[in-house]
Design a binder for this molecule. Sequence first.
Ligand code: DAH
Length: 356
Amino acid sequence: MDHLLPPDIVEAGRTFPSALAACSDLDTLLRLKGAYVGREGSHAARLMDLLKLAPKEQKRELGAAINALKQQWEEGLKSRQAEMEARKRSRKAQTAGWDPSLPPPVPAQGALHPLNRLMDRLVEVFRPLGFHVEEGPEIETEAHNFDGLNIPEDHPAKASSDTFYLAAHPDLLLRTHTSPVQVRTLLRVAQDLGARGGIRFLSPGRVYRKDEIDPTHSPMFHQVEGMLVGHGIGMQHLKGTLEYALRALFGPHTEIRLRPSYFPFVEPGCEVDVSCPLCGAKGCRVCKGSGWVEILGAGLIHPKVLEYAGIDPAEWSGWAFGMGVERMAMMLSQTPDLRLFFENDQRFLKAMGGLD
Ligand code: DAH
């Protein structure tokens, strides 16, 4: 029935598939769409005008032919447009660096802070020796933080220049060490110490002091306290236990040495050094060439501390120690600045795997 149609439209119908295939972008496609099926002046519009003017007996046949053409064009244009849009979307995804064949990203998981991991490790070293964990409040009374520990009224640590006292409760303070857990625990178990056959525990936790923040000071830091009470306990037990624990932490070739020192709550008191775990005691920056690094304070429990808790020092004796967690973490990881432990930079925290 091509004879019923204008020759230029017949030609346009013939070239439609190749014109469609030649469209390389959406703009060209829309222009082609306008020329073929647009509202005015398009091939389809002209065919509709033609149909109106056609003699009655031709209308049926001509109408069917026109509809078939229009449908062919419309469907062709529609599927080509869909194809182009799909291609555009996938190109966008590719340039955005998205590869749909990759497995989905695994969300970052939370992890324990390196300081907590180090404290956990200390607890695990002492656990096989029968030590359990005792905790105490960070807001303490003067009695537990100082008096029960035989710290005299005029001791510099009691000064408000060194200790955070609570403004609304001047008899309360932020504990300056984990030693008040000794007092609390001894007071609690004093009555049945005999039935228990003594006590041994570790107390990890936060402590507070009025220090300016610098590479080696922070107003909040961590300590681990250790205490053992029994019959006939002396310096040899303290030394043996610390040697065992510090070798478990720093390696089997670690040596320890005790230097006399003073803490009001122990007598005798000492500071304990370990042979430098970083250079094998040859002398390095960390041990300042000496081969030794100070690691904790310790001693035999002062009779006044036992008496304060209602424990008879003639019957019981024991030892205690306290160590700074940040100090130890800094040494183990060779971190020169304590503040890194509190800034929560994920890169630093992840790099601290070496503390496990
Ligand atoms: N409390 C001491 C401090 O903060 C550390 C300490 C030393 C704890 C000797 C003890 C000890 O239990 O026996 O510096």
